[in-house]
Design a protein around this ligand. Structure first.
Ligand code: DON
Length: 305
């Protein structure tokens, strides 16, 4: 661990000193308010050792990272039935693209592109009594962090300009793959994306996917071994949209990004690593975050390949 602490500090300082290129996401007006210089890293090992540097205890908008959490809850509640309505293939397209849905009859390619996440949200809206409250309770439970919340202002800000997401949801509904009203599904989706966490909280939250010895404070295992393996496989193949191949090539870990500039990556049975830097590359992934993770797995030789 002291070794990793040194590596993290060294890479953090190097990246901080040389580049901060890319653009902060502005299509959600609330996200444009974040200081582009924010940069934090949190590390947690299977032995529960933790280390953080920079803005690792400042809240960030986790955005698409939340899609792994909603998927995990749907998988836990509904099991393999979920795969009848959403695929498990990388789309090779942008996260908000509409094009493949026409020929795929409204079945999104995977649960991490926006359309796929909306189908998962629809399942949760059908299944949960109070979707927003119940989902938040689930996230607080698996993370043991009771301070995790939605940002009402980010959810509203996204809803006000969410024309493309509204189009996606209505389009999928036209194929019969959304059961509930698009307004209800979108309200849940926008809130889910607005969840705020620190990098430290991200590593706690994703421990259930990284460590097979993980149990919630009630002694529950969140997913079984096969489900855990499958979610990691999906993060590996689809977690970075049309940059998923590049992430596997350069970093070699299952992970998930969000347009708030956060990335969670994990090495099963070894560690969880969360990085936050708001400037994004042209594929919508954190520029510094990608660089940090590439350097970390290169220097420690701890990737899954
Ligand atoms: O629906 C959206 O566009 C955002 N709420 C989430 C997109 C996102 O985070 C994509 N990630 N890289």
């Amino acid at each position: 661990m002291s070794n990793h602490r040194e590596v993290i500090e060294h890479i953090y300082q190097t990246i901080k000193s040389i580049d901060n290129i890319g653009k902060v996401a502005k299509y959600i007006p609330d996200l444009a308010k974040v200081a582009p210089s924010k940069f934090g890293v949190a590390y947690r090992s299977i032995e529960n050792e933790e280390y953080g540097i920079g803005d690792w205890q400042t809240k960030l908008s986790i955005q698409s990272i939340s899609k792994v959490l909603s998927l995990s809850l749907a998988y836990r509640l509904l099991g393999e039935d979920i795969w009848a309505r959403v695929g498990v293939e990388p789309s090779g397209n942008a996260f908000n693209s509409l094009v493949q849905l026409e020929t795929d009859n409204g079945i999104p390619r995977n649960p991490f592109i926006n359309g796929g996440a909306m189908v998962i949200c629809d399942m949760l809206v059908s299944h949960l009594e109070n979707p927003k409250a119940d989902f938040l309770e689930y996230v607080r439970d698996i993370s043991s962090c009771n301070e995790i919340s939605y940002s009402a202002s980010t959810a509203k800000s996204e809803e006000e300009v969410g024309y493309r997401n509204k189009a996606l949801c209505n389009f999928i509904k036209s194929f019969g793959n959304i059961e509930n009203s698009p307004d209800e599904v979108l309200d849940f989706y926008f809130h889910m994306c607005s969840i705020e966490m620190t990098c430290q909280e991200l590593t706690k939250t994703f421990s259930f996917l990284a460590f097979s010895n993980f149990k919630t404070h009630n002694g529950d295992q969140v997913l079984n071994l096969s489900q855990t393996k499958r979610l990691n496989a999906l993060m590996q193949t689809c977690g970075f949209y049309d940059e998923s191949g590049e992430f596997a090539f350069k970093v070699g870990l299952p992970g998930k990004s969000g347009v708030g500039g956060g990335i969670i990556a994990l090495h099963p049975e070894k560690y969880c690593l969360a990085v936050w830097s708001p400037r994004l590359n042209e594929k919508g992934n954190s520029h510094r975050g990608m660089k940090f993770l590439e350097s970390f797995t290169t220097e420690t030789k701890l990737s899954i390949f």
